[in-house]
Design a protein around this ligand. Sequence first.
Ligand SMILES: [Zn+2]
Length: 154
Amino acid sequence: MIVTDLSNSFNPVPKIKNVKSQRESKEKYEKVKEIKQKNEQLTKRNNRQIKGKKHKQTKEKEIPMKVKKVVWERDKHQCIFCHKRVEVFYANAHFIPRSQGGLGIEQNIFTACEDCHREQDNGKNTEFYNKKAERHLRRIYGANWDKSKLVYKK
Ligand SMILES: [Zn+2]
């Protein structure tokens, strides 16, 4: 940065002004630096997630919006357990859970309201709810419904 030497100047005003603007630009510079660093951190974290968590298996277990819509239509916009009317994002319950490699495909997904989904997940009633879900899916897909096809294979 070029700083004009004003030490011999009789008018001190430009010097003060200059110091002030110098301080301001330094502050601005620090702010920009901080934002840049934050951005870099976020980018690094995102990349790690893509490389790590979001590998193929995780991706295949996610439920694409297309599948949610198909399932929601298939289940007549209602929870398959209590038949309460629900919105499309409730078409998100897995028959075979993600933790066991259950895929995000329509044969493994059904519509469940928040309450029933919680009951299905809580362990106490899981078997009861899973039996109901199985009956529901078998009724729809018949002989084509094969549990072994619902699981991610390496
Ligand atoms: Zn329900």
